[in-house]
Design a protein around this ligand. Sequence first.
Ligand code: GSH
Length: 203
Amino acid sequence: MKLYDGGRAPNPRRVKVFLAEKGITVPIEQVDLGKLAQKSPEYTAINPLQRVPALELDDGTIISESIAICRYFERLHPEQPLFGTDARDGALVEMWERRIEFHLLGPISHVFRNSHPAMKEMEVPQVSAWADANKPRVIDFLALLDRELKSRRYVSGDRYSVADITGMIAVDFMKPAKLVVPDTLSNLKRWHDEVSARPSAKA
Ligand SMILES: N[C@@H](CCC(=O)N[C@@H](CS)C(=O)NCC(=O)O)C(=O)O
C-alpha cells in the first residue's frame, strides 16, 4: 500500500490527519506539486485527474478522493469512529462534511487558485473575478458555522469527526489564500483552537 501525498496541500492533509487520528501508518510517496509532478505521465497513469491524494492498494487498486480514502480506512479500522456512530450520527457527519467541503473548502480553494501567483500554472486560466466572488461566500459560511458552534463542541455534534478534520484544514487554508477569520466569530475560534491542539493536527 502507498499514499501519494502532496506536502502541505489541504486535500492530502485531510487523509494524513485522519490516519493520525486512527494511529495508522502508511508508506508515503511525495508528488511534488511545485514541479507539477501530478501532471507527469507516470502520475497521470495513477490518477488521470492529476490530483493528490491517491491511495494505491497492494492489489494495484487506486483510490482517489480524500473522503473515499478515509472511508476505506474507517472500514478497516472502525475504532474510533470518525464517520459517526449510528444512522443519525453518520448522516449528520456526512451532512456537515459535504457542507464544509462544498461551501468552505471549495470557495477558499477557488480564491487561492485564482489569485495566488504560485498557482498560475495549475489554474489555467486564473480568473481573478472568480477569486473575488468567492471571498464573501467564505465569510458567510464561517458566520453560519460560528452560529452552529454556539450550541455544540464539534461541527456535527458532541463527537470529533471527519467533518472537523475538513473544517480545520479549510480554515488553515485561508492563510495562503490571504483570507482572515473575522474576530467576531468567537465560537468558530474556540472550536478551531480545540481541534488544532489535537496531536493529529500536526500531520
Ligand atoms: N476532490 C479531491 C480534490 C483533490 C485536489 O484538488 N488536490 C489538489 C491538492 S489539495 C491537487 O492535487 N492539485 C493539483 C492541481 O490542481 O494540479 C479530493 O477530495 O481529494
